[in-house]
Design a protein around this ligand. Structure first.
Ligand code: PLP
Length: 385
């Protein structure tokens, strides 16, 4: 029997289709920037920051060149020094640890919780030493870590909290008193990325930092722009990390559609749930009862991961690992830890992210789910389940 391929390419994200949807507005926004030629710090940068303040409820938004710089600017603004320790989850994108290493701050890798793959607040105490200065919860895959407990532990130990919100912009966290806050606005500082594949993506690189502290906002604005408040007067050692006017104009158009896109991602996740919940070999992504989910990734767990991934990829379905190595396994970061991370290690061997984006069609989703079921039926027949 020859298997029929799916008639279209199945993509991890479909940025071209997304552009077509907003094309008129985005083209107009780009033409405005081109006509005025204010490519650096044009008026669209400030108006996008204002729109993002309104959207998130953060008192201040400082835009910058990308999500990695956002983390670096945050660490610099907090005055962290070489030898200080900062706790980061062991399963995150490298940027979270990279900026620490660059600044000669010591990243301390922490294990995560087995259901949601997020910093495990019950284990945090064991990583705190007299040198610890900050905790970086990463809202991985699109939902918030347990911020109430993390903020509480941080307050007791006098630590900064920097939320890495690159994957969860738009997620809402509910505190036990019913208060709701958006991802990135709960910690001392929050950072995000507008990399094209993120929930709010531009057409190049971009990033931002959120804070409710006016002094940090001022300092971060200076750091992102060569440490100057007045042109050519450099009060601080800074970097060159500004959000392009063109990207700001594009982002301002796309920000209006963020809630709708998050809804569409949730609809895709609900579809996967409904199709895969009957299969005992598949563990569905766990939802936090405190946080909404923006589904940057839809990540299942299965003990047949490698074989399932190979089957899906062979059928043209881009199933992927985020990330194939934990930080302490990365060559550049091995020296930072000799710990073992049993929970993250287990997840690492079982996780698999399925395609999820707002443009996904029901026939694509049906095809992916039926391929997963075909694969599992094959295993059952072979007696390996
Ligand atoms: C994407 C990402 C970053 C870095 O953002 P860039 O804009 O690519 O520099 C940082 N942390 C996490 C968790 C990310 O997913």
């Amino acid at each position: 029997m020859t298997l029929q391929p799916f008639p279209r390419e199945i993509r991890i994200v479909d940025l071209a289709a997304q552009y077509r949807r907003y094309q008129l507005e985005i083209d107009a926004a780009i033409r405005d920037v081109l006509a005025t030629a204010a490519f650096i710090q044009g008026p669209q940068v400030a108006s996008f920051e204002q729109a993002l303040r309104n959207h998130t409820g953060a008192a201040a938004v400082v835009s910058c060149g990308n999500g990695t710089d956002a983390l670096q600017i945050a660490m610099m603004a907090l005055g962290l020094k070489p030898g200080d320790e900062v706790i980061v989850p062991v399963n995150t994108y490298v940027a979270t640890a990279e900026v620490l290493a660059l600044l000669r701050i010591t990243p301390v890798f922490a294990d995560v919780d087995p259901a949601r793959f997020l910093l495990d607040e019950r284990r945090l105490h064991s990583y705190i030493t007299p040198k610890t200065r900050a905790i970086v919860p990463v809202h991985l895959y699109g939902q918030c870590a347990d911020m109430e407990s993390i903020l509480d532990i941080a307050a007791r130990h006098n630590l900064f909290v920097i939320e890495d919100t690159a994957q969860a912009l738009g997620a809402v966290y509910t505190f036990s008193d019913g208060r709701q806050q958006m991802a990135g606005t709960m910690g001392t500082l929050g950072t995000t990325s507008f990399f094209p594949t993120k929930s709010l993506g531009c057409y190049g690189d971009g990033g931002a930092i959120f804070t409710n502290n006016a002094l940090y906002a001022e300092k971060m604005r200076m750091i992102a722009n060569h440490g100057q408040r007045i042109k050519y007067h450099h009060e601080l050692v800074g970097i060159n990390s500004r959000l392009d006017t063109l990207q700001a104009a594009i982002l301002q158009v796309k920000l209006q559609y963020l809630p709708e896109e998050i809804q569409k991602r949730n609809a895709v996740a609900a579809f996967y749930d409904s199709q895969l919940c009957t299969t005992s070999e598949i563990q569905l992504p766990a939802r936090s009862d405190r946080s909404t989910h923006v589904f940057h990734q839809y990540t299942i767990q299965t003990k047949h991961r490698d074989a399932l991934k190979a089957h899906l990829v062979a059928r043209g379905i881009p199933a992927a690992l985020y990330y194939p190595l934990l930080l302490h396994q990365q060559k550049a970061y091995r020296a930072y830890s000799s710990d073992t991370f049993p929970v993250a290690g287990h997840i690492q061997a079982h996780m698999l992210s399925l395609p999820i984006h707002p443009e996904m069609q029901e026939d694509e989703l049906m095809f992916i789910c039926s391929e997963i079921k075909t694969f599992l039926a094959g295993l059952r027949q072979a007696g390996s389940v």
